[in-house]
Design a protein around this ligand. Structure first.
Ligand code: ALA
Length: 454
């Protein structure tokens, strides 16, 4: 059989799962999910989407986008427990559709994760600079901007990547502990916002609730879908999880469920304390609190946003290295990406190499405007995972499935429909860049990955 149609044998994935450190619990995974999910989306996009698209109806947008995410998450839960492997969607495609499909989706995932960490690092740097300015600490301006913006390098962005890379090298349990602390801060800050906002709602702000009708609500959903991205990174921890067949679905579904509830409450309250057209600013949650007379709480929320962005980067950076690890272990990328340190049990050369790539991107290139590439990479992976769930139920009906999503194939079909609807609404620039990225990927595959037929 031609190598690029070769499918991976299911049992390989279980036998291969030995070199990483199996220490993560369902609780760790849930907090990793919340760590990766709650970030710029809720702290920034909620306001922008309410102001420009959906009005107070952004609450309904969050429900719609949350459903799209949940359909995909259920498919992830089924495949991560029946197939497993740190390669996540890449592995599921390898087993279901064959090598070339796996490579294509793996290459899209590399784009998703690299771009998300780099763009979030730039956003993080912006928040930190504002916080430093508020504290009258002036960082040299040339060290906060990339050369395209007239500076030398975005140094805070580089430094945070260096720190997170160091943490990831030191061991997965350390990373999970750090994540736990920062996620607690993030959740506390959101609780403070909910408490204050609940006492200051002016119901007249909710009128009209749907200023741009249902169209506005759906456009808002396409935008705030970004806020849900990240739960998929949990599935890359499959080989580092204790009892993955029980704990992965708990981690994926509970983190997404908790975040969906939080998002709906925050969206409703934010549009209840501020008139929606005023929310089109860089930090809408803080701005709304300042406007209703709570400047200190606004400062605390800004800290929460910094904390939020830190864990988004940590978990996505983790996921990136695990996907590269899995691809390299299969021989489609050089072996350096799957080298595991004997005592730390982490892929250190891989973490360092990707840290350098991400830091260079975040420090030197103005990529914040092409963050949509994160969405296109993610949505294509979600579509493949939903399609693989349906296909595998047909081609391998007897496969042991510790978690089975209900109402097959309705749920994965809805996942495909929702994600396809969102992906076709992305800009033509995004599609062109994605296309170029894919061509590069195919060249690498045919020059390096493709092996003689077996
Ligand atoms: N869901 C992540 C965020 O909102 C990507 O920042």
């Amino acid at each position: 059989m031609k190598s690029f149609f070769r499918k991976k044998v299911m049992t390989d994935l279980y036998n291969q799962s030995s070199s990483l450190n199996r220490v993560l619990t369902a609780f760790d995974l849930t907090l990793m999910g919340i760590g990766a999910i709650i970030g710029a989306g809720v702290f920034v996009l909620t306001g922008i989407a309410a102001a420009t698209k959906a009005g107070p109806g952004i609450t309904i947008s969050y429900i719609i986008a949350g459903l799209a995410a949940m359909f995909s998450a259920l498919s992830y839960a089924e495949l991560s427990t029946s197939i497993g492997g740190s390669g996540s969607a890449y592995n599921y495609a390898y087993v279901t559709f064959g090598e070339i499909a796996a490579w294509i989706i793996g290459w899209a995932l590399i784009l998703e994760y690299t771009m998300s960490v780099s763009t979030v690092a730039i956003g993080w740097s912006g928040y930190v600079n504002n916080a430093l300015l508020a504290a009258h600490i002036h960082f040299p301006i040339s060290l906060t901007k990339n050369p395209f913006e007239g500076g030398l390098i975005n140094l805070p962005a580089v430094l945070i990547i260096g720190f997170l890379g160091f943490l990831l090298c030191s061991g997965v349990k350390h990373s999970a502990t750090f994540n736990k602390i920062i996620v607690s801060i993030k959740l506390l800050v959101i609780a403070i916002f909910i408490f204050i906002a609940a006492m200051n709602v002016h119901p007249q702000n909710w009128k009209p609730f749907f200023p741009h009708g249902f169209t506005g609500v759906v456009q808002g959903a396409a935008l705030v879908f970004f806020a849900y991205i990240g739960f998929d990174a949990i599935s890359t921890a499959a080989e580092e999880t204790i009892e993955p067949q029980r704990n992965l679905p708990i981690g994926i579904i509970s983190s997404l469920f908790i975040c969906t509830i939080i998002y709906i409450i925050v969206a409703l309250l934010l549009t209840g304390i501020a008139y929606y057209p005023t929310l089109n600013v860089a930090s809408p949650v803080s701005a709304a609190l300042i406007n209703i007379g709570y400047p200190i709480a606004a400062g605390i929320v800004a800290m929460g946003a910094i904390a939020g962005l830190t864990t988004v980067m940590l978990v996505m950076y983790f996921g990136l290295t695990r996907i590269l690890f899995a691809i390299s272990r299969d021989g489609l990328l050089p072996p350096i990406f799957s080298h595991i340190h004997p005592t730390r049990l982490t892929p250190i050369p891989n973490i360092i190499l990707m840290g350098i790539v991400i830091a260079l991107l975040a420090g030197l290139v103005p990529i914040q405007d092409i963050a949509e590439l994160v969405n296109i990479g993610t949505l294509s992976a979600f579509i493949i995972v939903c399609a693989a769930t349906i296909t595998l139920r047909k081609t391998n009906p007897t496969l042991h499935r510790p978690f089975k999503l209900p109402w097959n194939p309705v749920i994965p079909i809805l996942g495909i429909i929702f994600c396809s609807y969102l992906i076709i609404h992305l800009s033509s620039t995004t599609w062109t860049l994605f296309f170029i990225w894919m061509i590069i990927g195919l060249i690498i595959y045919f020059m390096y990955g493709l092996k003689p037929p077996t």
